[in-house]
Design a protein around this ligand. Structure first.
Ligand code: FES
Length: 168
């Protein structure tokens, strides 16, 4: 489901989506996290109005909902960016300097892991072993693999997406 479709979803459709998901989890202990996962999976992200609907449906405060969302980097309050950058933090990549590459991306894009840049272009994520440890450290941009990275490669990669409109 893309973001535009979600944005056009009618209010009653959003209510129905949240109601159904909450109803499925309401009787299990610690229902909020699975509810948030499932709503994000279906809706794409967790904007303010969706947080309000979840709080209302679960009979809890919105600040409780927001507290959990802001604690876990997996949850997004904005739609995903045009380009999803996933930095592998698996062991092979980590020992070869993936942390420094990730730090450079955070600094350049001015986001934390799980966040999207202000212009909606890039979403930064971490992942575990992409299965190409021989190329460590590795990142992907919308699935395209970049390996044997140094921090100097970060600007070049980002620039190629800014200038050329991304993946050919
Ligand atoms: S640990 Fe990064 S690709 Fe395997």
């Amino acid at each position: 489901m893309n973001t535009n479709v979600n944005d056009q979803m009618k209010n009653e459709e959003k209510n129905k989506l949240v109601k159904e998901i909450v109803a499925r989890h309401m009787h299990s202990k610690g229902a909020l996290i699975p509810v948030l996962h499932e709503v994000q999976e279906s809706y794409g992200y967790l904007p303010d109005e969706i947080q309000e609907k979840i709080a209302k449906e679960m009979n809890i405060s919105k600040s409780e909902v927001f507290g959990v969302i802001s604690f876990y980097s997996h949850f997004a309050t904005k739609p995903a960016g045009k380009y999803k950058i996933s930095v592998c933090m698996g062991t092979a990549c980590y020992v070869k300097g993936a942390g420094a590459v990730l730090d450079k991306l955070k600094e350049t894009l001015r986001v934390k892991v799980g966040q999207t840049t202000e212009d909606g272009e890039f979403t930064l994520e971490e992942c575990r072993c992409l299965g190409c440890c021989g190329l460590a450290p590795v990142l992907t941009v919308n699935g395209k693999v970049y390996g044997r990275l140094t921090i100097d490669d970060v600007d070049t990669i980002l620039e190629s997406y800014k200038k050329d409109g991304g993946i050919a």
